[in-house]
Write a new protein. Structure first.
Length: 352
C-alpha cells in the first residue's frame, strides 16, 4: 500500500461535486485494457485483464474463488455490486445505474484498432505480454450520448471473469473522472477494481473506507449518512478528512459530514443541499455516531460560496439550517431530537 500511495501522490489532481451522474470521457477518454500474452508468459497464452494481472503481481490480490461459479461477466459484476451495497449502498446504486447504461449502449467492433488511451500509467506488465486497449467509453462533446465500444476479437477471447474486470473498470473509472475525484489516470481505478474482486466475500466498512480514502475518492456513505473522505486545499493538494473510531473497535465514532444529505430528524426527513467548496483549509461539517451506528450529533456550517474560487453559478438555495437557525443537533438512538442549538460557524475540524 505504501508503494501505491507514493505513486498516487504523483498522478492525481483537483475536484468538486460528490457522486455526480454527469458522464465524463470526451476530453480525456475512459477505457479498459486487456493484456495479450503468449505461452512463454507467466500467465500462459491468452487474453487477460490488466487490472487482474496488476492486482496479482503488485498487490497479491487474487479474485475470490466464489466468482468462478458464475457463467457470465454481468452476473459477476452484479454479485460484486450486491455485496458492495451492504457496506456502501450509494456507490453500489450508482454503479448499478451505470451498469444498465453500459448494457444498453454496449457496442462491438472488429474494424477499428483502439490506440491505447493516455490514462494508464501502467506499472507492471508480465513479460511476453502486450497491453491492448479493449474498450473505450466516450461521450459526445454535448455529453448527451454515451457509447461503450468493445474490441470484439479481444472480448471473444477473454474469459467471463476477465470481461467482468473490464466492465467494472468502466464503472469505477467513470466515477474517478468526476469533478470531486478528478483522477488523471486509471491507476486508482485498477487498484480498487482488483480489491473489489479479491475481497468480495468479506467487505468490511472500515477497510473499504481506508482504501477509498487512500486512493483519493471523495465520498462514502455509512448507515445512509454521506461522509467526506478527501478535500482539495489548492490546485493539486488533497488532504484526508479526519476519521475517529471507538477505541479498540471498528465502530465509527466521528467523521466529516457530507455537504448534502437527507436524514431523519424527529420523525421527519431533514434535507440539505450545499455546494462543495472548491478550496478550504480544513473541514467544517461533522457527524458523530453511537456505537450502534445510529446518528448522535450533526454539526454543519452555512453556504460555502465564500470559500475558495467563484463557481460561476449561484449558491444552492437549499443550504439552510434546521428550523431556520440550528446548526448543531443532538439526537438519541431513536432519531428523536434532544437538543438543537447554534454553534460557532467556520470552525475547521481537527479531531483529537
Amino acid at each position: 500500500m505504501q508503494i501505491f500511495a507514493l505513486m498516487m501522490g504523483v498522478f492525481l489532481g483537483v475536484g468538486s461535486q460528490a457522486f455526480s451522474q454527469v458522464p465524463s470521457g470526451y476530453e480525456r477518454g475512459n477505457g479498459g485494457q486487456f493484456i495479450s500474452c503468449n505461452k512463454e508468459s507467466s500467465l500462459g497464452a491468452g487474453i487477460y485483464s490488466l487490472d487482474r494481472a496488476e492486482g496479482k503481481f503488485l498487490f497479491e490480490m487474487q479474485p475470490a474463488a466464489a466468482l468462478n461459479s458464475f457463467a457470465g461477466e454481468f452476473e459477476i459484476v452484479s454479485y460484486i455490486l450486491n455485496q458492495l451495497a451492504q457496506v456502501n449502498p450509494t456507490r453500489a446504486s450508482l454503479y448499478r445505474m451505470w451498469l444498465q447504461e453500459l448494457i444498453v449502449n454496449q457496442e462491438f467492433t472488429k474494424d477499428i484498432y483502439f490506440q491505447p488511451l493516455p490514462d494508464g500509467n501502467k506499472v507492471a506488465v508480465p513479460r511476453d505480454c502486450e497491453v491492448k486497449q479493449a474498450a473505450i467509453f466516450i461521450t459526445e462533446p454535448s455529453r448527451e450520448k454515451l457509447r461503450f465500444i468493445f474490441d470484439k476479437d479481444l472480448w471473444d477471447q477473454a474469459s467471463p471473469l476477465d470481461r467482468a474486470y473490464l466492465v467494472l473498470h468502466e464503472l469505477i473509472y467513470r466515477e474517478a473522472l468526476q469533478e470531486e475525484n478528478h483522477h488523471e489516470n486509471s491507476m486508482a481505478t485498477r487498484y480498487f477494481n482488483a480489491w473489489l474482486f479479491a475481497h468480495v466475500e468479506n467487505y468490511q466498512f472500515a477497510e473499504l473506507l481506508s482504501v477509498l480514502q487512500s486512493i483519493r475518492f471523495h465520498a462514502i456513505d455509512f448507515q445512509g449518512v454521506p461522509l467526506v473522505l478527501t478535500s482539495f486545499v489548492g490546485p493539486s493538494t488533497v488532504v484526508q478528512a479526519p476519521i475517529e473510531w471507538y477505541p479498540g473497535t471498528k465502530a465509527l465514532k466521528k467523521a466529516v459530514l457530507g455537504y448534502s444529505f437527507a436524514l431523519p430528524v424527529a420523525g421527519k426527513t431533514f434535507k440539505r443541499r450545499c455546494d462543495i467548496p472548491i478550496t478550504m483549509n480544513g473541514f467544517v461539517n461533522s457527524v458523530e455516531f453511537y456505537p450502534s451506528g445510529k446518528v448522535k450529533r450533526l454539526k454543519f456550517s452555512g453556504n460555502f460560496v465564500e470559500y475558495g474560487a467563484p463557481t460561476g453559478k449561484p449558491p444552492s438555495q437549499e443550504c439552510f439550517y434546521y428550523d431556520g437557525y440550528a446548526n448543531d443537533l443532538l439526537l438519541d438512538e431513536n432519531g428523536d431530537l434532544i437538543e438543537k442549538r447554534v454553534s460557532p460557524e467556520h470552525v475547521f475540524l481537527r479531531f483529537e
